[in-house]
Write a protein that binds this ligand. Structure first.
Ligand SMILES: Nc1ncnc2c1ncn2[C@@H]1O[C@H](COP(=O)(O)OP(=O)(O)O)[C@@H](O)[C@H]1O
Ligand SMILES: [Mg+2]
Length: 259
């Protein structure tokens, strides 16, 4: 059996009367592309929010890299080696494309507030390295020529790729993408697929929430399906496509999204 980078065991999260996650368990093999799908409101984003420390769980636990994962705040999750993007893009619109990536990189630098203000030579050297690495990442996602522009001027698909570059800037072992193809056209989605495959080939594990079923079925090695907070299926794309409970969840529910 391949090595697991991440596990969830019985994870439960409630919001008032809504059980957004109902004892959800999964095991994510290292270096795989792992899909998390389900109709709107199934609990996918909540799963990301709990594993990244934005919300605390009401039950269950996570492991990451064979150790208990118990982050109390979002900045801690980057330090352990997990990065994410957001369903609703979160970029600094007035900052340049390059600066947005450099912000991500700063969790891996030592300077801190003192260094940022007084800028001793060690800090200037570190800044130069941060910039060089950030430019490499822009090239990796195909945005190197846009480095100097304000991020708000980018097209939607480009902003999504910039968010991925910023997430990669933290040197994560696991990168969690929340609907990265949303708002992308067919060409952009093909590029995104290649990018996701390259990230996995370069030795990172990808956890993908996505509504574009073609993308999910083509790119994922393994898929977990949530519906109303419960895991209803777990398997390969071929297995998931034939699963009666999955078909019912996608076709049957008034809450369903069938794209
Ligand atoms: N911060 C929150 N406060 C209250 N309810 C929430 C919150 N976040 C999510 N929910 C609820 O939890 C359920 C799952 O939502 P979500 O995780 O966003 O689903 P998905 O990403 O699969 O569409 C929904 O019923 C949603 O309304
Ligand atoms: Mg969501």
């Amino acid at each position: 059996m391949s090595k697991m980078i991440f596990t969830a065991d019985g994870v439960t999260k409630k919001f008032g009367g809504v059980t957004a996650l109902d004892s959800v368990s999964m095991k994510i093999p290292k270096d795989s592309i792992f899909g998390l799908i389900g109709p709107n409101g199934a609990g996918k984003t909540t799963f990301f929010n709990t594993l990244t420390g934005l919300y605390q769980v009401d039950g269950g636990n996570f492991t990451f890299d064979d150790k208990p994962l118990n982050v109390k705040a979002p900045h801690e999750v980057a330090e352990v080696g997990i990065a994410r993007t957001f369903q609703n893009i979160r970029l600094f619109g007035e900052m340049s494309v390059l600066e947005n990536v450099m912000v991500g990189r700063h969790v891996r630098t030592k300077a801190g507030a003192f260094g940022a203000i007084f800028r001793p030579p060690s800090v200037r050297r570190e800044e130069a390295e941060t910039e060089a690495r950030s430019r490499e990442l822009l090239a990796y996602v195909g945005l190197e020529r846009r480095a100097g522009e304000k991020s708000r001027t980018l097209a939607y698909g480009e902003q999504r790729r910039l968010e991925i570059a910023r997430a990669l800037a933290t040197d994560p072992k696991l990168i969690a993408l929340d609907e990265p193809a949303a708002g992308m056209n067919a060409t952009e989605t093909v590029e995104l697929r290649k990018l996701i495959e390259r990230i996995a080939k370069d030795g990172k594990t990808v956890l993908l929430i996505e509504h574009d079923m073609r993308l999910v079925m083509n790119v994922c090695h393994h898929i977990v399906v949530l519906d109303y907070g419960k895991k209803i299926a777990d398997g390969t794309p071929a297995h998931i496509q034939k699963d009666a409970a999955v078909i019912k969840a996608y076709l049957g529910g008034a809450h369903g999204e069938t794209k």
